[in-house]
Design a binder for this molecule. Structure first.
Ligand code: SF4
Length: 271
């Protein structure tokens, strides 16, 4: 039987709860958007579009033009998605707080970008082009049967960095993030024949811990290979009984519940 094409998300889903993985990736049941995934999509879209049609800059007004450009992209995206937040039951006052917080994340990103933009004496439009990263790249590995979308690939002076944007409230390179970044490094290596110099995360909510990176080592790549291969071995079956429930805090919490909570616990009562 051909191996399923996995992703960092599917592998992490299995680690969180095998039954959750079964419902989502074997039965292909739909999962619901939530306000955090919707906000994450808005931020990713705005940061991608920022580079699609950049403004023409000059030395006197480039800051104002970049601010206006980013703000316009954000306002357009927000007004388009606002109804979806309200449909999810978000109170207008909470939505306003969310709006301000999201704008703050984008402002932090722009502040860091403008710092890089002004760091040399190169003509401003050339510098902007040089700082324009590769974005939203899909990598698929036939060797490892895994794929992933990389937010940002930066290259400057032959140094390559693979970076991901996160809107999470904690700015820590957790084991989960380490695995995700290790898989990206592996995918990049397989496609380009060379490993990136480093991988990391832009934590958009944290001015003090905005950027965390790690050097790509053989150990990191080996950990990623091991996690992928053990995952494939654990998920050969397509029988629900081989994917046990892992009952814990991810089933239900104070503000929400797992997408499969009702399904899981209804089945439990019937069995
Ligand atoms: S409700 Fe709990 S046990 Fe069921 S799939 Fe979700 S996390 Fe797993």
């Amino acid at each position: 039987m051909p191996r399923r094409i996995e992703s960092p998300s599917s592998i992490l889903s299995y680690k969180q709860c095998p039954r959750k993985y079964y419902y989502q990736y074997i039965e292909h049941r739909q999962t619901k958007s939530n306000i955090h995934t919707l906000r994450g999509n808005i931020v990713h879209d705005v940061l991608d579009r920022f580079f699609v049609q950049p403004p023409t800059l000059d030395n006197d007004t480039y800051m104002e033009k970049c601010v206006t450009h980013l703000r316009t992209l954000f306002e357009n995206e927000w007004s388009w998605q606002k109804a979806n937040f309200l449909k999810m039951g978000m109170h207008p006052a909470a939505l306003q707080t969310f709006y301000v917080e999201t704008l703050g994340m984008l402002s932090l990103w722009l502040e860091k970008f403008l710092t890089k933009l002004t760091a040399t004496t190169e003509p401003i439009n050339d510098r902007f082009r040089a700082l324009t990263p590769l974005r939203e790249q899909e990598f698929v590995s036939p060797v490892h049967a895994v794929k992933g979308y990389v937010d940002v690939i930066e290259q400057e002076n032959d140094v390559v960095r693979v970076m991901d944007y996160k809107t999470s409230s904690k700015a820590e390179l957790t084991d989960e993030y380490r695995l995700q970044l290790g898989i990206y490094a592996l995918l990049y290596h397989e496609k380009n024949g060379a490993v990136p110099d480093s991988v990391g995360i832009y934590f958009l909510k944290h001015a003090d811990h905005y950027e965390k990176t790690m050097v790509v080592t053989d150990e990191l790549l080996q950990e990623a290979r091991f996690a992928i291969e053990t995952h494939h071995l654990s998920t050969v079956s397509d029988r629900i009984g081989d994917y046990p429930q892992k009952i814990g805090p991810l089933c239900k919490w104070s503000t929400g519940q797992c997408d499969f909570y009702d399904l899981c616990f209804t089945q439990k009562k019937l069995s």
